[in-house]
Design a binder for this molecule. Structure first.
Ligand code: NAD
Length: 728
């Protein structure tokens, strides 16, 4: 065996250690599954073995689940019956192997010192006893639904049988993960022990007479919360269906299939239930949503997170000491991310008071992590100890990197650039966190423009995983590589783009808000606009998003763009409306509790009644097909802008464009991103739809020339156009 080793002790307890060769984390490959199957045979036939402890040889955890790279072949399977059958056979292997372990006739315990996710967690659920370590890094959960899949190793069947369908729902449908104490509270694990003590605790359970039978294999078994057709069960499914619909708007087949698998599976014995799950898994895999989500949210994200965009040949860099200029909202968040990654951080502001305020934000975030059990006291002390708040630029002499996050003002940025650069070590990089100012222009203040680059974070920094790296005209490969290495070190995902107004993310995101404003100007009721926006899969409607961004900022950008573009600027019908709301009525958005919505101190926000006096709604009903038309406008407007960015070379890799869209501005995740959406619809069909929209609404929908050429050649961003396109 390559993945497992077995050592049987004097008490006849076999410790089976999972240690995939050459990998930092265990994954369930076909080979590993085959080995588990032969271990089960050995356990059954060897009378000397009294019980089994399943453990991991990796410091990183127990097992991260199925090997998705290996599974990728399954997603590419054809549309015919034979391919579906082959896919089902592949998937049912997980259930057959895990069920074999569960019914081997001897007690099996899982020793969970670290994370167990997806198939790894399902393997633990197929054991008769689970012990987890009190380790803040431990996570238990089923994240499949986050990449458009359903759990396929018995998770949809064992978890509801263990804790009831109601309690299992957030884990199955939202991919919520649990820490050890939470899992113990929910009775998913049987014991929590100090780190390093799991194997002993498992052995003690076996020696104490631990039973090798799953609860659902006993005659007296009852599903917690009651069977499907009981008062409790019916409640769960009626409410559950409504809640799934409310949160997914029908965009995600995986969530629906999870509901179906649980509903149908709980009505039959476990073996039939596992076959039901495997069928739904195979069906889900073949949906365009699953294919696109796995590609973007797993494969592309992983590739980018490993530095796939690093220029070939650039020497590796490793930031040890970095300054952050400006200790405001962004600067403090960036300082926190750096310190967490072990980078010595000098946080600079104009006054000691302002710098200290930034550091106390870092302290708040660290304290919160400790209070939630996500960080231990030693790590908290180390993290805070790495952040020095000061006004003294000498404090970062010899730093490898400076991140500038002062006011969004060219002169202020130029002044701090000049002052900070001499403090950098040789080859040190200066990164600006500007959200709107072109990097090439800002680099004019630099004595070393080749080492000047855009490193654009998103707010709030501690929650947003994307960093957009922007190349200026003179930016060197060394600076790009260093920026990517830094982003990887702070465990975020980098995308690399070229310098352009709004870069990539802000430029495309702004079209979503802009299209919503166009609809408002046409007389479409604001409630319809935001409802349709949410139903497309965007996190919020365009008007809500405009409020979140701040209407004065939307106004400021409009004024600046009009000034910069001169005659080339095309005024939008709502420019005057926004100007009036900001300048005359002081409605700045969420930040002053007055925008398109009113934000009462307590209670939910409500649409501002006065809006109808500024633009009277003439359309206040949106049934299909009109609602579908609005949906198409909101999604295609963003996608066509992303296609333009690709055509113009602002983005050069569809993976950057797709990952950046979902992580950066929340572009409908079900689609896999705007490039995947275009491929999914079919490039030719997308171009034709955009032409029709352009005819009706103007050239903002005009597809770029490169996209038309792709349509003619039958190409897609990720390869040839698929034979069967989907509607978006
Ligand atoms: P902020 O106003 O909260 O913080 C700016 C900080 O810079 C303040 O503490 C200020 O005292 C300090 N500062 C100003 N001039 C300085 C100087 N000469 N030397 C040292 N410190 C100085 O602003 P913010 O929201 O943190 O934004 C900072 C930068 O990040 C801007 O360029 C902004 O465009 C960009 N950005 C903001 C967001 C966002 O959502 N807020 C997102 C991405 C990028």
């Amino acid at each position: 065996m390559k993945n497992f080793k077995i050592e049987t002790d004097a008490d006849g307890i076999a410790v089976v250690t999972f240690d995939a060769p050459g990998k930092s984390m265990n994954t369930l490959t076909a080979a590993a599954l085959g080995e588990i199957e032969s271990i089960v045979e050995q356990v059954k036939s060897d009378a000397a073995i009294k019980g089994v402890v399943l453990a991991s040889g990796k410091a990183s955890g127990f097992c991260a689940g199925a090997d998705l790279d290996e599974m990728a072949g399954a997603f590419a399977s054809g549309e015919d019956e034979a391919s579906l059958k082959a896919l089902y056979e592949r998937v049912i292997t997980f259930n057959r192997v895990f069920r074999g372990l569960e019914t081997c006739g001897k007690p099996v315990a899982a020793a969970l010192e670290g994370l167990a996710l997806g198939g790894g967690f399902e393997l633990a659920l197929a054991c008769h006893y689970r012990v987890a370590a009190d380790n803040p890094k431990l996570q238990l959960g089923l994240p499949e639904s986050k990449v458009g899949l359903i759990p396929g190793g018995g998770g949809t069947q064992r978890l509801p049988r263990l804790i009831g369908a109601m309690a299992a729902a957030p884990l199955l449908l939202e991919g919520k993960s649990l820490r050890a104490a939470e899992a113990l509270g929910m009775k998913i694990v049987n014991e929590v022990v100090a780190p390093g003590g799991c194997i002993d605790a498992c052995k003690a359970w076996i020696k104490g007479g631990g039973e090798g039978v799953a609860p659902w294999d006993k005659k007296e078994f009852k599903i917690p919360g009651g069977p499907v057709y009981s008062a409790g069960g019916i409640q769960v499914f009626i409410m559950g269906n409504a809640m799934v619909r409310k949160s997914t708007y029908g965009n995600y087949p995986a969530q629906l299939n999870i509901m179906k698998a649980v509903y149908e599976g709980l009505q039959v014995p476990i073996d039939a239930a596992l076959r039901i799950e495997s069928r739904y898994f195979a069906n889900t895999c073949r949906t365009p949503q699953a294919k696109a989500m796995v590609r973007t949210l797993f494969q592309s994200m992983q590739a980018l997170g490993k530095g796939s965009a690093r220029p070939a040949g650039a020497a590796p860099t490793n930031v040890q000491k970095a300054a952050v200029l400006g200790a405001g909202m962004m600067g403090a968040g960036i300082a926190h991310a750096q310190a967490l990654a072990g980078i010595e951080t000098i946080l600079i502001d104009q006054t000691q008071e302002a710098a200290d305020k930034g550091r106390s934000h870092v302290e708040d975030l660290v304290k919160k992590a400790v209070s939630r059990g996500r960080m231990d006291a030693a790590k908290a002390e180390k993290t805070l100890g790495l952040v020095t708040a000061t006004t003294d630029y000498e404090a970062f002499k010899g730093a490898d990197l400076v991140i500038e996050a002062v006011f969004e003002n060219r002169e202020v940025k130029a002044a701090v650039t000049k002052k900070a650069e001499p403090m950098l070590a040789d080859g040190g990089v200066f990164g600006s966190n500007t959200s709107t100012l072109p990097i090439t222009g800002l680099a004019q203040a630099s004595a070393r423009p080749e080492n000047f680059i855009g490193i654009h974070f998103f707010s709030p920094v501690d929650r947003m995983m994307l960093v957009e790296i922007i190349k200026g005209e003179k930016t060197s490969d060394h600076a790009i590589a260093a920026a990517i290495d830094y982003v990887m070190k702070i465990k975020k995902t980098p995308i690399v783009v070229n310098d352009a107004r709004g870069f990539y993310t802000s430029r495309c995101f702004s079209t979503y808000v802009a299209e919503g404003l166009e609809m408002l100007a046409e007389g479409i009721a604001p409630a319809i606009i935001d409802n349709v926006g949410r139903a497309t899969g965007m996190p919020r409607g365009p008007l809500e998003m405009a409020d979140d961004v701040a209407l004065d900022l939307v106004h400021k950008i409009t004024v600046q763009t009009a000034k910069d573009l001169g005659d080339a600027y095309k005024a939008r019908p709502t420019d005057a409306l926004i100007a009036e709301m900001v300048e005359k009525l002081g409605r700045l958005g969420r930040k002053n509790s007055k925008g398109f919505y009113d934000y009462p101190e307590s209670g939910e926000k409500t649409l501002w009644h006065g809006l109808k006096d500024l633009v009277a709604p003439t359309v206040d009903e949106a049934e299909p097909p009109f609602a579908d038309h609005l949906r198409q406008r909101l999604l295609y407007r963003q996608a066509v802008e992303a296609a333009r960015c690709y055509d113009e070379g602002v983005v050069t890799d569809p993976r950057d464009a797709d990952v950046g869209a979902i992580l950066g501005w929340g572009f409908a995740p079900w689609s896999g991103g705007p490039m995947s959406l275009i491929d999914g619809v079919g490039v030719a069909a997308f171009v034709a739809a955009c032409d029709a929209l352009a005819k009706q609404y103007g050239d903002r929908f005009d597809p770029p020339a490169g996209l038309r050429a792709m349509a003619k050649k039958g190409e897609g961003y990720y390869g040839p156009a698929p034979s069967k396109a989907v509607a978006a």
